[in-house]
Design a protein around this ligand. Structure first.
Ligand SMILES: Cc1cc2nc3c(=O)[nH]c(=O)nc-3n(C[C@H](O)[C@H](O)[C@H](O)COP(=O)(O)O)c2cc1C
Length: 361
């Protein structure tokens, strides 16, 4: 009802505001007997945390997760898992001059219109700090998918501003390769150009958008619930729920419209012990159901809204004003979005895996 939960059987609810005491999640429906430690969850949270490099916000948060409930002796009990991350480096004072001026293209105006009030600092729940709860919950989902099916989910930055990396889909990229540079673009020359652009946008008090590509390998055939809960529809919803997303495409996506059916079809072929496809323009999903090929999708992220450059806008009262936003902000969000995309994909796949198991029993 309030929009803070996702999933049917593997159900995750996040809580917490950007400059409040803490953020986190409740994971309900996690199977019992799964080994889960804080260290398992921490890896993805550490990849998401701010203050890591020149191309991210300098807000310094360790983002150490605490498992409050739902496990004993390192194993899940089948009861709700409470995950908590304390906020430490809050600076609500950074937002005083913005209390009268809704930031253009941020969520200040719409939250105010909806609730008649809003968190006074840093966007409250519209802030990317909310994603900590999802990442922590999704890290558990990733671990289970890996154990059950050997599923590997790897996302990387494929574009930033006007710089496009070569197509690296289907090349077996690893997270280690993705983390090889601060931009999380595994093509070194492209990464260098991207970093230069992000740093100069930041120095000019501006921001930049980009594209994240994600590949989910080792997803069994049969996940997804047609008709209204098609797997690509659930993935699109999950990805478009990440702050600053502006586009989602699966497989060939928008480029597919330029192909003929004869080029676009993915012919079947026997691959070892199962039937696979020669090409993967479908992006691993047909009829809303996974076909056993890699699930491949891309997400467009806008240039973040909070920029320190002077911008003509209006106050809540409708008076013309000029806003020079303070605070510590990301000049480009794609590199930090990588673990968010991966763990959101895991949440969707985990929920669908449990739903398929119910059908099979
Ligand atoms: C990892 C990440 C970091 C972000 N950092 C910022 C930021 O520093 N400043 C900002 O204005 N927006 C940032 N955003 C985006 C805003 O949270 C988002 O644009 C805002 O809530 C409005 O929502 P919408 O863009 O989805 O409409 C970030 C998003 C992500 C995914």
């Amino acid at each position: 009802m309030s929009g803070s939960s996702i999933g049917t059987l593997f159900r995750v609810t996040t809580f917490g505001e950007s400059h409040g005491k803490a953020v986190g999640a409740i994971v309900d429906g996690c199977p019992a007997g799964i080994e889960v430690s804080e260290a398992d969850i921490q890896t993805q949270l550490t990849r998401r945390r701010p203050g890591q490099s020149d191309v991210s916000t300098p807000r310094n948060e360790a983002d150490q997760v605490i498992i409050l409930s739902g496990t004993e002796s390192g194993k899940t009990l089948g009861t709700p898992i409470g995950l908590l991350v304390n906020n430490r480096d809050q600076r609500p004072g950074d937002y005083t001059e913005m209390s009268q001026v809704p930031r253009p293209s941020h969520a200040d105006f719409t939250y105010q219109m909806k609730y008649g009030t809003r968190a006074s600092s840093g966007g409250g729940r519209s802030s990317a700090r909310e994603t900590i709860g999802r990442v922590a919950a999704g890290a558990i989902a990733e671990k289970i998918l890996q154990e059950w099916y050997g599923t590997e989910i790897v996302a990387w930055v494929s574009s930033a501003g006007e710089h496009d990396a070569p197509d690296l889909r289907n090349t077996g990229l690893t997270r280690e390769q993705v983390d090889g540079n601060i931009m999380r673009c595994p093509d070194a020359a492209s990464a260098e150009a991207m970093i230069e652009s992000v740093v100069s946008a930041r120095d000019a008090g501006d921001s930049m958008g980009g594209i994240v590509t994600c590949e989910c390998r080792g997803v069994p055939a049969g996940l997804g619930e047609p008709v209204f809960e098609k797997l690509e529809a659930k993935l699109a919803q999950a990805m478009m729920s990440i702050p600053a997303t502006k586009g989602f495409e699966i497989g060939s996506g928008f480029a597919g419209v330029r192909m003929k059916g004869s080029e676009h079809n993915d012919p079947f072929v026997q691959k070892g012990d199962h039937l696979g496809t020669v090409t993967n323009h479908s992006g691993g999903i047909q009829g809303g159901i996974s076909n056993g090929e890699s699930i491949v999708f891309q997400i467009a992220f806008k240039p973040p809204a909070t920029i320190s450059q002077a911008q003509s806008t209006a106050t809540f009262e409708g008076e013309d004003t000029v806003l020079e936003a303070k605070g510590r902000h990301d000049p480009c969000v794609v590199n930090r979005a990588i673990p968010i995309v991966e763990t959101m994909a895991a949440l969707v796949l985990m929920d669908m895996a449990l739903r398929q198991k119910v059908r099979e029993t």
